[in-house]
Design a protein. Structure first.
Length: 332
């Protein structure tokens, strides 16, 4: 049987438990928080006062912080690209022979939860008065137009490795932003980012569970997929990000530098996530591997050590890079 057919069978096997996955890792629409729960209520007479207070507190946050918050928002708002890519994975389709495809059900509901993140952050940025929303909107549209290629093709094994990694990376980013906002006295924004981070962690647990189950069914191929994704390195969703009038991807490096300068997401975080996945799936204990998969396992076990040495050599420029999204504050 071809590798493609085996993957399709494994996906069909896992699909039998899709309702359990949804119940365990996603929240009912009526019970989960919504963006309006966390922002000034435009129906109340106190709306303008609340917005004024939000804007005053926002003035205390540093430049690199706003760059990172905008970049995180744009990444969240490019959700249509991620859903369309995941819907093309082997074993996923809008409809199955017996009606709705279970994996499509999972992806639609996952998308519904993720969609709230960009919606909430976008509204916060708009109310804050600290960013050029038109430039932000242009970048968001460009990022969706330019597409996204995580290097997984239609392979569900590689895709689940990617989502396991990326959901944890997003958790780290939002959680660190929450901590910085709290430190500067913006408790509302801190709560916003903390709740978003909580969603990302739930989603991370779901995708690592999918991978864990595949390791039990098809260990060698799952190991080779993990090896492939770690060897080629995980592509960040914002890697094609650009500002108005610029070429594809030209804004990513300086956005990444802002994130590293304020400690939101660093080269060492990348290595730590890799190690967490190795530990989570107990890569050192997996048996019944082919010779090729054994070699892949050996490579994976040594990789965090090698990557740590590279991460230690990363030098982040101390000087802030200016973005069209955020104008520097003028001090009088």
């Amino acid at each position: 049987m071809s590798i493609q057919n085996v993957r399709r069978e494994v996906m069909q096997f896992l699909e039998k438990n899709i309702d359990s996955f949804v119940e365990t890792y996603l929240m009912p629409v009526e019970k989960i928080w919504q963006p309006s729960d966390l922002l000034p209520n435009s129906e109340k007479e106190t709306f303008l006062e609340e917005v004024t207070e939000l804007r005053e507190i926002a003035k205390e946050l540093p430049y690199d912080f706003w760059v990172v918050l905008v970049g995180d928002t744009i990444t969240e708002e490019a959700l249509p690209t991620y859903e369309s890519w995941l819907m093309d994975v082997e074993g996923v389709s809008q409809k199955g022979e017996g009606g709705d495809n279970g994996w499509a059900k999972w992806l639609r509901q996952w998308t519904g939860e993720e969609n709230r993140h960009g919606d909430l952050l976008n509204k916060y940025l708009y109310l804050s008065g600290k960013v050029n929303m038109r430039e932000v909107e242009i970048t968001t549209q460009h990022l969706i137009n330019d597409g996204f290629d995580p290097g997984t093709d239609r392979d569900p094994y590689k895709n689940f490795i990617f989502t396991s990694f990326q959901e944890l990376a997003t958790y780290i980013s939002h959680n660190r932003v929450a901590q910085i906002a709290k430190r500067f006295g913006d408790h509302k924004l801190s709560k916003i980012c903390r709740l978003i981070a909580g969603d990302e962690m739930r989603h991370h647990h779901a995708y690592t569970e999918f991978v864990d189950r595949i390791f039990k069914i098809d260990p060698s191929e799952m190991m080779l997929a993990f090896h492939y994704m770690m060897k080629q390195k995980i592509t960040m969703p914002a890697h094609l990000i650009r500002e108005s009038g610029e070429a594809i991807g030209t804004a990513f490096e300086k956005f990444s530098e802002s994130a590293q300068r304020i400690g939101v997401y660093t080269a060492m975080d990348y290595v730590d996530i890799m190690q967490k996945l190795i530990d989570k799936w107990e890569i050192d204990k997996i048996g019944n591997l082919t010779d090729e998969a054994e070699k892949a396992r050996d490579y994976l076990m040594k990789l965090p050590g090698r990557m740590t040495k590279l991460a230690d050599r990363v030098i982040v420029p101390a000087e802030e890079k200016l973005f069209k999204w955020v104008q520097p504050s003028i001090t009088v």
